[in-house]
Design a protein around this ligand. Structure first.
Ligand code: NAD
Ligand code: UGA
Length: 475
């Protein structure tokens, strides 16, 4: 079986499905890769001749898509045809937190995964290996299997095997993560299916980095990995708050503890709180599972990682208000960065959403800049229309202003007459800002709030600006 894989498909052309399949197609020219989705706009964007219009912004991705697309990489909405012709089907659809019903607010909503399983059951022909690429609660493979087996029994035409192959890529570095992964994890029971998938990865991943486990360990390892990473961020952000109160500097503390090889130096950057579509969702899922199995103390332990993150984001809003004399009503504030991290256009669960909402609630007029996020997305995230009129008229400080926001492509305009600049995403261009020029445009006393610790302190202070830097209590 392992030598025969020629056609694979992936259901879900999102932040995981698109880049992952592009890399597989690029590394395995003999395999035809079909990426399918129900979202026509997304598929059209993946097929766009203008590679800057791909639906996912990832450094290195356009080059790979250009090389493989229409050779052995295809994007379409033909889900039925893709499943029918594939020996392997990756399920890479979204698994958001449930909004209502049992487990609302914590459990993962598996309706898209179940829909995929039913489509695979209906359209597959011959022997099909179904691969969980989405992040799923432990024992989801059981659900997928039972749907597939039901069909297998009645038709007898198709047979199935289910594997878990969670994805560990980070947005912004997805291509490098996919091309040089720390490990590839494959969980399953059937040796032939495991070998077939391992063979695909072994085209570019060293064999010792391809780990095999049982299927439940694989599902749980993915949730655990995200929980451990998020826990590190809440830990360093908690210590950062303590640094600000005690005269310590979180960067120095991180360097000091990171040299202990048992702790390690990566993932210790204090910031505005973790965002992204997965950390919060996956920890809440772990909390839900733990409670489900009666492990309340385990659930409480992980829940605190999320509650500390929420507290931390609101703490930053409070720091801003406090330093701007206790009121920001009618004050112009420039927000630099809306994406949940640099090098991505993704805003899902971005810390910027909570922080901007807090500031608008306090009456601030936000001028928001981000090199890759557009105003429509921000409008959706803030559940509030953009007030374009505040941009087109000469801005005046009026205390009667209701909180509002507008998108501003030009940082010069965004900082003109502003009382404060808040850096929320660590885009490289923000670390190169000429603070002398910015200072001249701002209303004084003027503040820089650097939640990513990317500015040079001496340059900001020399420009006659006041500075708050996350976790830096040395002022
Ligand atoms: P996404 O929302 O960007 O993409 C999911 C896609 O699936 C959407 O385009 C949607 O239209 C499509 N879809 C949903 N139901 C469908 C159906 N029945 N048929 C066809 N298409 C369907 O999500 P994502 O960020 O790519 O995440 C996908 C999964 O991967 C999630 O479980 C997530 O937890 C996990 N994951 C995400 C990342 C990441 O960095 N984003 C990393 C690792 C794992
Ligand atoms: C994370 C994991 O790193 C991936 O391994 C995993 O595959 C993915 O989630 C997923 O399952 O979705 P991602 O969310 O894309 O990847 O990005 P990260 O680099 O992990 O950053 C997450 C958040 O933590 C961002 O808001 C980032 O700014 C923040 N962060 C990260 C910090 O505040 N400090 C750090 O030191 C690192």
């Amino acid at each position: 079986m392992e030598n025969l894989i020629k056609n694979i498909c992936c259901i879900g052309a999102g932040y995981v499905g698109g880049p992952t399949m592009a890399v597989i197609a690029d590394k395995c020219p003999n395999i035809k890769v079909n990426v399918v989705d129900i979202n026509v706009d997304r598929i059209n964007a993946w097929n766009s001749d203008d590679l800057s219009k791909l639906p996912v912004f990832e450094p290195g991705l356009p080059k790979i898509v250009k090389r493989a697309r229409k050779k052995n990489l295809f994007f379409s909405c033909d889900i039925k045809g893709a499943i029918k012709n594939s020996q392997m089907v990756f399920i890479s659809v979204n698994t958001p937190t449930k909004k209502k019903g049992i487990g609302a607010g914590q459990a993962s909503d598996l309706k898209y995964v179940e829909a995929c399983a039913r489509q695979v059951a209906k359209y597959a022909s011959g022997h099909t290996i179904v691969i969980e690429k989405s992040t799923l609660p432990v024992r989801t493979a059981e659900v997928i299997k039972s749907i597939l087996e039901e069909y297998q029994d009645t038709s007898g035409e198709a047979t199935f095997e289910v594997l878990s192959n969670p994805e560990f890529l980070s947005e912004g570095s997805a291509i490098d993560d996919l091309e040089n992964p720390d490990r590839v994890l494959i969980g399953g029971q059937n040796d032939s299916a495991i070998q077939a998938l391992s063979k695909i990865y072994s085209n570019w991943v060293p064999k010792n980095k391809i780990l095999h486990t049982n299927i439940w360990s694989s599902e749980l390892a993915k949730l655990t990995s995200n929980a451990f990473l998020a826990q590190r961020i809440s830990s360093i952000n908690a210590i950062g708050a303590l640094c600000e109160s005690t005269g310590a500097d979180v960067k120095e503390v991180a360097r000091a503890i990171g040299t202990d090889t048992r702790i390690g130096s990566r993932f210790l950057d204090s910031g505005p709180g973790f965002g992204g579509s997965c950390f919060k969702k996956d920890i809440l899922n772990l909390v839900y599972l733990s409670r489900h199995f009666g492990l309340n103390e385990v659930a409480n332990f992980w829940e605190v990682v999320v509650s500390l993150n929420n507290w931390h984001q609101h703490r930053i809003s409070k720091v801003v208000v406090k330093n701007l004399f206790g009121t920001i009503t009618g004050k112009k504030i420039c927000i630099l960065g809306f994406a949940f991290k640099a090098n991505t256009n993704d805003t899902r669960d971005s810390a910027a959403i909570n922080i901007c909402k807090d500031l608008i609630e306090e009456g601030a007029i936000l001028f928001i800049h981000d090199p890759k996020v557009n105003s429509n997305q921000i409008s959706k995230d803030l559940s509030m229309d953009e007030s374009k009129n505040i941009k087109n008229t000469e801005y005046k400080h009026l205390s009667s202003y209701e909180g509002s926001w507008c998108f501003e492509e030009n940082i010069d305009n965004a900082t003109h007459n502003a009382d404060a600049v808040i850096i929320l995403t660590e885009w490289e261009e923000y670390s190169k800002i000429n603070w002398n020029l910015v200072s001249k445009r701002m209303r004084h006393p003027a503040w820089v709030f650097d939640s990513r610790s990317i500015v040079k302190k001496n340059e900001v202070l020399a420009a006659n600006l006041k500075l708050w830097k996350i976790g830096d209590g040395t002022n």
